[in-house]
Design a protein around this ligand. Structure first.
Ligand code: ZN
Length: 152
């Protein structure tokens, strides 16, 4: 195992144990729930969106270290971003989880620590749960996101 891989794992463990932006968000105007039945990960995302900008975002939930770390890193990286930028990050993150295309790593910054998840297909749903949930929140969907049902 390379040192870089170990460093990435430390970041994942740190965010999994001490998630950033964890809790309620009183000013939130979007709320979305997501569920990954394969692993039992549950998440609720709270977003304060203003003029198509994610002004603030928090999450609550229970789940494995990967799901919590991914949600934590996502909230850190997307605060202050426009919906368009969020969509671009979503696409890049999706690529990171499904293709061995390392050119997306630069674009993703800190989120690239999750690149190793591609080697554990079952964990990909843990890592993408927060993203699918956020996407549904921004689309003002009312259903509970479920990783075992077709995702848009
Ligand atoms: Zn999980």
């Amino acid at each position: 195992m390379s040192e870089l891989r170990e460093l990435y794992q430390e970041t994942i463990i740190d965010h999994g144990r001490h998630p950033r932006n964890f809790g309620v968000l009183p000013e939130a105007n979007l709320h979305q729930e997501g569920f990954n039945p394969l692993c039992g990960d549950k998440i609720i995302i709270h977003v304060y969106e203003n003029n198509d900008i994610i002004e603030n975002m928090t999450f609550e939930g229970v789940g494995c270290a990967i799901s919590m770390a991914s949600a934590s890193l996502m909230t850190e990286c997307l605060k202050g971003k426009s919906k368009q930028e969020v969509q671009e990050m979503f696409d890049a993150f999706h690529q990171l989880m499904t293709e061995r295309n390392h050119s997306v790593n630069d674009k993703l910054g800190k989120l690239a620590v999750l690149a190793g998840v591609i080697d554990f297909p079952v964990r990909v749903k843990c890592a993408t749960l927060a993203w699918h949930t956020l996407k549904a929140a921004l689309a003002h969907e009312s259903y509970v996101v479920n990783t075992e049902e077709s995702l848009k």
